[in-house]
Design a protein around this ligand. Structure first.
Ligand SMILES: C[S@@+](CC[C@H](N)C(=O)[O-])C[C@H]1O[C@@H](n2cnc3c(N)ncnc32)[C@H](O)[C@@H]1O
Length: 426
């Protein structure tokens, strides 16, 4: 195929100067057989080879997926959806859905999202009944903070058994405690005894929030009814999930991601696994001597402790707080020659500079697996700092890392997003 492509191009190109008038056709034919890419620049040759290898690997991948019975969940895969409340295309201010447009351009509308391929039916149902509830409520929704209003976004979180935790965010404005209690009671009644009962919620939380987003510490999640947590099955573990904690939005995809991390990290019974920011480490605990987890959110650490205890995992030590504060001290206390494998999966803002410094300057870390949902921006800066030559001005003293492998894992079908797993060694 490549040879044919090149021959087609050859015909439209001039003959090279070194071929004489008599022997050129034989020489050209020979060149086409032995070195079919000879007319292309080397850059073009690499492109041709890259595309050919890509096709081969894609075909191979689908054969291997069939062999291993891998069947990615492509539709309705989200285990968590956040629905906003605002004016719909018809002007109705009590529309529940996703935003289109921007505040800056003043063309923001809220569009019902039940047709979106990545949202499960259960979440659409929860959104639909929240809208029914809002239509009945005498209180206005909070469309713009300075303009008042009360009802705000709605979060639905489901596990693979269909258990559903819902969270309603509410702007309390000037309401008194008694008035707030009435609202909480009304929404609880609607979802337990009213028409919303059809959603069959496992739990309903209510959060008073006068800011764009509040953590549990800033404004506690109040359980109106049901189980305080939901559980997810992941790689044979039962994972405890609190309303405030991060969990990958695609559970089957998360299994694929953590398996990839495990394979690349090469953890074994002689290594310590340093898990900066915590679920990945729990899934690899059985293969390693110890897991050291650092996570900012208290609730996420409580979840991790619960998950470890419930699953009989005893080799995990969790630290709550900012990795940039905890890591330097923690690594100093572990400089006893045991190999440390570091796994980081930071938020979009990337790793704090002090975290990069601490990893770079800890000689015991020979392997680093970096998971990123946004490999451009801050992550690129992190990678440059991990891989640049030693620089005393920047206090990057340890040996540099080398990027060995990059594996994209698609957790977000129908969107351009992807998780990228990068393996560094030194
Ligand atoms: C993308 S999530 C990854 C969570 C987990 N590693 C996983 O893959 O499921 C990023 C996590 O980093 C935590 N985090 C954000 N900033 C942090 C910091 N400065 N120190 C420690 N953890 C942080 C967040 O609370 C969040 O749980």
């Amino acid at each position: 195929m490549i040879a044919k492509k090149c021959q087609r191009r050859q015909k439209s190109q001039k003959k090279p100067r070194h071929l004489g008038p008599l022997d050129d056709s034989w020489q050209e034919r020979l060149a086409d057989v032995v070195t079919p890419l000879w007319r292309l620049s080397y850059e073009e040759q690499l492109k041709v080879k890259f595309e050919a290898q890509k096709k081969i690997l894609q075909r191979l991948e689908s054969y291997l997926q069939m062999l291993n019975g891998v069947n990615p969940v492509i539709n309705g895969y989200r285990n968590k959806s956040t629905f906003s409340v605002n004016r719909g295309p018809d002007g109705n201010p009590k529309t529940v859905g996703y935003y289109l447009g921007t505040w800056r351009d003043r063309n923001m509308v809220c569009v019902r999202s039940n047709h979106l391929k990545n949202i499960p039916k259960k979440h659409s149902q929860v959104a639909q009944y929240y809208e029914v509830f809002l239509q009945q409520s005498p209180l206005e929704p909070c469309l713009l903070f300075p303009e008042g209003g009360y009802w705000r976004e709605r979060i639905a979180h489901t596990n693979s058994q269909g258990h559903t935790m819902a969270i309603i965010t509410f702007h309390p404005q000037e309401l008194r405690q008694e008035e707030l209690c009435v609202e909480k009671e009304t929404v609880k009644k609607f979802f337990t005894k009213g028409s919303g009962a059809v959603c069959d919620l496992t739990s309903l939380y209510f959060q008073e929030s006068a800011m764009t987003r509040c953590s549990h510490q800033q404004s506690p999640y109040q359980l109106l009814f049901g189980e305080p947590h939901i559980f997810e099955d992941l790689l044979g573990l039962k994972i405890h999930i609190s309303p405030d904690a991060f969990f990958q939005v695609n559970t089957a995809g998360a299994e694929m991601l953590y398996r990839t991390v495990g394979e690349l990290s090469g953890v074994n019974s002689n290594t310590i696994l340093l898990d900066i920011c915590c679920v990945i480490g729990l899934s690899l605990a059985q293969y390693t001597s110890q897991v050291l987890g650092i996570e900012l959110m208290e609730q996420a650490v409580e979840d991790a402790r619960w998950t470890a205890a419930f699953n009989g995992i005893t080799n995990c030590e969790f630290h709550t707080g900012r990795a940039e504060k905890i890591l330097p001290q923690l690594l100093k206390s572990k400089e006893d020659g045991q190999l440390i494998v570091a796994v980081v999966n930071p938020a979009r803002a990337g790793l704090h500079y002090q975290v990069v410094q601490a990893i770079r300057n800890c000689g015991a870390i020979r392997i680093l697996v970096f998971v990123s949902c946004k490999p451009h921006g801050e992550t690129t800066r992190n990678i440059i700092e991990l891989c640049c030559p030693p620089n005393s001005a920047k206090k990057l003293l340890g040996e540099r890392f080398v990027l060995r492998q990059a594996v994209p894992v698609d957790l977000f079908p129908h969107t351009p997003h992807c998780e990228l797993v990068l393996l560094f060694t030194r």
